[in-house]
Write a protein of this length. Structure first.
Length: 67
């Protein structure tokens, strides 16, 4: 989501008003994965952030992006 936000800013000459949807998706994404990290930390699972392959499995199990 970070890359999409940056590409939007580049495409619209850094006019933030044109990219608000991308910013909202980025915030939702960060919030979702932050919640996952906190839960894993509480459960004692290491590493706190799942590996890329595990993240893909989690997204597939959720039926796509939950944010």
């Amino acid at each position: 989501e970070s890359d999409a936000s940056q590409k939007c800013l580049d495409a619209y000459n850094y006019d933030k008003s044109m990219c608000s949807e991308y910013f909202q998706q980025y915030k939702s994404c960060r919030k979702y994965w932050h919640t996952i990290m906190l839960q894993r930390r509480r459960d004692g699972v290491k590493p706190d952030m799942p590996a890329a392959a595990e993240r893909q499995e989690m997204l597939a199990a959720a039926g796509g992006k939950p944010y």
